[in-house]
Design a protein around this ligand. Structure first.
Ligand code: 0WD
Length: 256
């Protein structure tokens, strides 16, 4: 029985209905999970609450949490502990880089732009895992979202590719540290999807077109497909898997 009935999951990074985090939330909801949403600031509060209200029978909880703020991260998980006690998993679907660093050449990246991208897109997984793991008293699973641009050079992805490489390595070190507490940590490398964040990446349309022409499945992938793989990683179906990167990308990564 792979139902998530009676289990509680934190989903971080729903900005709107196109967000990958929203695909994850819907898959978890369909499997019967109780959801906790965190959002960057009050600009996102109403949109997330309106979206969550569309999930039938879902008794979701909501917390503001800017992951660049250590106090906000520890306060958020202290409050979650007080409100629900145990959690069973967490989906980290957060990244950011300045638009000017997602075009042209990587060599032009500023120190501030480099640090900002790494702070929000990679260190945040470390901070959040440290705060969330103690709430996973029945064991747990943490999933983050990465991209092929961290494994090889992808045009325009630049500083975000370097931040994803750091995220991938952080995921593996976290998997090693938290495994002894029964907490697994994995990543999904998603193919390109049109979202708010993707809008910042230079010439994103031609990236999508290339996938449609060349990926083994000859199509791009959807938020729902990422959501269902996240469900696998967040459920007991994947209980023997940790420190892994699963590519949900229509097979594009196997091409030379
Ligand atoms: O093609 C794509 N869209 C892919 C995305 C392919 C492969 C991976 N990903 C990754 C992204 O890099 C990211 O890690 O998936 C994750 C989710 O991204 P998304 O769904 O594409 O983007 P979006 O809907 O914009 O959600 C990311 C959200 C932010 O939205 P905005 O648009 O405001 O940057 O991350 C949140 C915010 O809601 N966020 C933060 N949350 C807390 N604290 C912070 C912060 N400091 N900064 C951004």
């Amino acid at each position: 029985n792979f139902s998530l009935e009676g289990r509680t999951y934190v989903v971080m990074g729903v900005a709107n209905k196109r967000s990958i985090a929203w695909g994850v939330a819907r898959s978890l909801h369909e499997a019967g999970a109780r959801l906790i949403f965190t959002y960057l600031n009050d600009r996102f509060e109403k949109p997330i609450k309106d979206l969550a209200a569309t999930l039938e029978g879902q008794d979701a909880l909501f917390y503001e949490c800017d992951v660049t703020n250590d106090q906000a991260v520890s306060d958020t998980f202290a409050q979650i502990k007080e409100d629900v006690g145990t959690i069973h998993g967490l989906a980290h679907c957060i990244a950011f880089a300045n638009k000017e660093d997602l075009q042209g050449e990587f060599v032009d990246t500023s120190r501030d732009g480099f640090l900002l991208a790494h702070n929000i897109s990679a260190y945040s997984l470390v901070a959040v895992s440290k705060a969330a793991a103690p709430l996973m008293t029945d064991g747990g699973s943490i999933v983050t979202l990465t991209y092929l641009g961290g494994e090889r050079v992808v045009k325009n992805y630049n500083v975000m590719g370097v931040a994803k490489a750091s995220l991938d390595a952080s995921m593996k070190y976290l998997a090693n540290d938290l495994g002894k507490h029964g907490v697994r940590v994995n990543a999904i490398s998603a193919g390109p999807i049109r979202t708010l964040s993707a809008k910042g990446i230079g010439d994103f349309n031609s990236v999508l077109k290339k996938i449609e022409e060349e990926a083994p499945l000859r199509r791009t992938i959807t938020q729902e497909e990422v959501g269902d793989s996240a469900y696998y990683l967040l459920s007991n179906l994947s209980r023997g898997v940790t420190g892994e990167i699963i590519h949900v990308d229509a097979g594009y990564n196997i091409l030379g």
